[in-house]
Design a protein around this ligand. Structure first.
Ligand code: SF4
Length: 351
């Protein structure tokens, strides 16, 4: 079956604002940056801010509006994200838009899926048995490019029907691979570093978004931690986990996760972290590396995980021997940062 008549409607362009056709439409609108704060089009700016806010808070992009607001709000949201100059917000926003697209694509007609895939220059067609579950055939190269970061066994080529260089897929799988494309396209658009002078109101929104991101992931992640690993600045809980791991003693699941996420966040390379687990009786090099890289945000959702907060660690019995500085922090990374500052400035120690 070939798609000859299917076309994107205005509703589609609002639903999939990353499409080339949506970008062309926005270009025709000729929206000027200085007009963005005009009260007559406040709805666009409000929706753009909402898109980013929802992405930061819940990895979604909020409720859709009418096309005349929805379509221009996407490039304005990109502008807001670029203006934050923050890599966490950039990644998070691209992922949130891509995830939303995945949800929407699953209920699209097959012809619409073909149109979207071809917007990314995929070599894709509907199979002759288009009423069968595996109704799409995509080129081997398009498949490989988009499964690089997908670790689930089902994406391994050996688990797929491959005939004459074509991989046969159902709609849900095609939508999932397109999610990867969408994310990459948006990340690319967010690579811009130079922006024109923006109205004061945009600067205020940017500030609000940065504050929100700080609340979400903590000050340390936003500002970055010093990249020299200082063992003497480890909080008592981490020191205990680190010593136990070095001696090959068993760690609970929470303990392993806490230690790994702490170490990758303070800048220890994944291969160094992996070495720490080598003396464990259940050590598996490949699996350990995969788990560490996943926590470090180098795989899968590309989200770097942080250790649980002190209150959670207390519940799981991971908080041991808390000292005086512990009373002033609520997170092991805050402890580490404060302690490092103390050590480097030779201030009197708190413990
Ligand atoms: S209070 Fe927090 S930082 Fe201190 S030992 Fe407990 S969990 Fe670790």
């Amino acid at each position: 079956m070939e798609m000859t008549k299917a076309r994107f409607t205005q509703t589609d362009l609002a639903k999939y604002p990353f499409l080339k056709e949506t970008a062309m439409l926005v270009k025709q609108l000729d929206l000027k940056i200085e007009e963005l704060t005009n009260p007559d089009i406040a709805a666009i700016l409000n929706r753009a801010e909402e898109r980013v806010r929802e992405a930061i808070m819940s990895l979604s992009v909020g409720e859709k509006r009418e096309a005349d607001v929805e379509i221009p709000s996407f490039p304005v949201a990109l502008l807001l994200v670029i203006n934050t100059k923050n890599s966490f917000i950039k990644k998070r926003y691209a992922l949130a838009e891509a995830k939303q697209a995945f949800v929407d694509m699953q209920t699209e007609s097959s012809e619409k899926i073909l149109l979207i895939a071809r917007d990314f220059d995929w070599n894709i067609e509907l199979t002759r048995f288009s009423t069968m579950p595996l109704e799409f055939a995509i080129s081997f190269t398009d498949y490989l490019r988009n499964t690089t970061h997908l670790r689930d066994k089902k994406w391994k080529l050996v688990n797929r029907l491959l005939v004459n260089g074509k991989v046969y897929l159902n709609k849900q799988d095609v939508a999932r691979l397109l999610q990867e494309e969408v994310q990459r396209r948006i990340e690319k658009r967010l690579e811009v570093t130079e922006l024109p002078v923006l109205p004061e109101k945009i600067a205020e929104i940017t500030k609000r978004l940065l504050e929100l991101a700080k609340e979400k992931i903590g000050q340390e992640e936003m500002e970055g931690l010093p990249k020299v690993v200082t063992q003497s600045a480890f909080p008592p809980c981490i020191l205990a986990l680190y010593e136990a791991a070095s001696k090959g003693r068993h760690l609970s699941h929470v303990g392993r996760f806490t230690l790994t996420s702490f170490l990758v966040n303070i800048g220890m390379p994944p291969e160094k972290v992996a070495e720490l687990f080598k003396s464990f009786s259940d050590y598996n090099e490949r699996l350990t590396r995969y788990q560490i890289e996943h926590i470090a945000g180098e795989r899968g959702s590309r989200t770097r995980y942080t250790p649980p907060r002190c209150v959670t660690l207390q519940t799981h019995g991971v908080c041991v021997n808390p000292d005086v500085l512990c009373r002033r922090v609520s997170h092991p990374l805050s402890y580490y940062k404060r302690k490092q500052k103390q050590l480097s400035s030779n201030l009197p120690k708190s413990n």
